[in-house]
Design a protein around this ligand. Structure first.
Ligand code: HXC
Length: 268
C-alpha cells in the first residue's frame, strides 16, 4: 500500500535498526529509507544483513549493514560508531531485535529465560546506552537544535498473561519500563524522545508463524476487532508518525498497533 506520508518526512535523518534485516525490522528499514532516511541495520546473520542491504540499495536508499549481537556491549559500541563513521551522525535508534520461542514455564531453563531477557531487555538498554552521546541534542554530527529519537518494539502479551511466553512477557515488560524511564531522563536532559510500538499479530513475520501457527489459518483474524491480521506496513506507518515531526510531543508512550485485539473478549 502507498504511504500517506510525504516521501521527505524523514529527509536527512540517520537511523540504526537492530533486527533491521528481517521481519518488521526490515519493513521499518525500508519505509524509513523510502521516506528520506539513511539506514544502518544490525543483525546476527551476515547473509540476512547482506541481502537486506542489497534490497535497500536497489531502492536507492543509502544503506549499510553490520553484523552484531545486541547481547555483546562491544558489538553495540562498534556498530553505533560504525554507523556514525558512515553517515556522520545518528538521529534514530530502533530496537527491533528479539528472540522468542514457545515453551511452558516448567520446561524453560533459567538460561532460556535469561537468553530472551538478554536479547530483548538488556540488549535494548545496551544499544540505547551506546547511542546516547550521538542522539543527544547537539551530539556529534547532529543539528544542535534537535535531539534524537528511540523506538522500542514491544508486544502486548504482558498486558494480561500469555501461554508459553513467560520469558518474552517479562522481557517486553522491561522494555516498556525502559521506554518510560528513558523518556523521562533523556527527554528532560537531552531532548531525546523515547517511544515504543506494541504490534499485534502481523502477517508474514517470524513472530506469527513461530508463535501462532494455528491462528494463521484458523481464527486470529476473527478475534481481532478489526477482523484482520495486521501488515508490517501498519507498524512502519506508526513508526514514521512517531519518528517524524508529527510526533514531536509524544514521549514515553508505547503505541498499540493490534487492531484492538488485546482488549477484546469473545462475543456472548
Ligand atoms: C526451550 C529453548 C528453546 C526452545 C532455546 N532455548 N530455544 N528452550 N524451547 N525452543 C534455551 C536453550 O535450551 C538454552 O538454555 C537457552 O535457551 C539459549 O539457547 P541457545 O540456542 O544457545 O541461544 P541462541 O543460539 O542465542 O538463540 C537465541 C534464541 C533463538 C532466542 C533461543 O530462538 C533465536 O534467536 N531466535 C530467532 C529470533 C526470533 O525468534 N525472532 C522472532 C521474534 S518474534 P539451556 O538451559 O539449555 O542452556 C517476537 C514477537 C513477540 O519477538 C510477540 C509475539 C506475540
Amino acid at each position: 500500500m502507498e504511504s500517506p506520508f510525504k516521501p521527505d518526512i524523514l529527509r536527512g535523518k540517520v537511523a540504526l535498526l537492530t533486527g533491521g534485516g528481517s521481519g518488521i525490522g526490515f519493513e521499518l528499514s525500508t519505509q524509513f529509507g523510502k521516506h528520506g532516511a539513511s539506514v544502518a541495520i544490525m543483525g546476527r546473520r551476515r547473509n540476512v544483513i547482506n541481502d537486506a542491504v542489497s534490497v535497500l540499495q536497489s531502492l536507492g536508499i543509502p544503506a549499510v549493514g553490520f553484523e552484531g549481537d545486541v547481547r555483546k556491549p562491544e558489538d553495540a559500541r562498534r556498530v553505533v560508531e560504525a554507523t556514525v563513521d558512515k553517515f556522520g551522525k545518528l538521529d534514530i535508534l530502533v530496537n527491533a531485535a528479539a528472540g522468542n520461542f514457545l515453551v511452558a514455564a516448567e520446561d524453560l531453563s533459567p538460561n532460556g529465560f535469561k537468553t530472551v531477557m538478554d536479547i530483548d531487555s538488556v540488549g535494548t538498554f545496551t544499544m540505547c546506552h551506546e547511542a546516547l552521546k550521538y542522539l543527544k541534542r547537539g551530539g556529534p554530527g547532529k543539528d544542535p537544535s534537535t535531539g534524537g529519537f528511540i523506538l522500542n518494539i514491544s508486544a502486548t502479551l504482558h498486558y494480561t498473561a500469555s501461554w508459553y511466553q513467560i520469558h518474552v512477557s517479562a522481557a517486553k515488560s522491561a522494555v516498556d519500563s525502559l521506554t518510560r524511564s528513558l523518556a523521562l531522563e533523556w527527554g528532560t536532559d537531552y531532548d531525546i524522545r523515547v517511544n515504543g510500538i506494541a504490534p499485534g499479530p502481523i502477517g508474514d513475520t517470524t513472530g506469527l508463524s513461530k508463535l501462532r501457527p494455528k491462528e494463521i489459518n484458523s481464527g486470529v483474524a476473527q478475534s481481532v476487532p478489526l477482523y484482520k491480521v495486521g501488515e508490517k506496513w501498519d507498524i512502519a506507518m506508526a513508526a514514521i508518525y512517531l519518528a517524524s515531526v508529527a510526533g514531536k510531543y509524544i514521549n514515553g508512550t508505547t503505541l498499540i498497533v493490534d487492531g484492538g485485539l488485546w482488549l477484546s473478549q469473545p462475543r456472548h
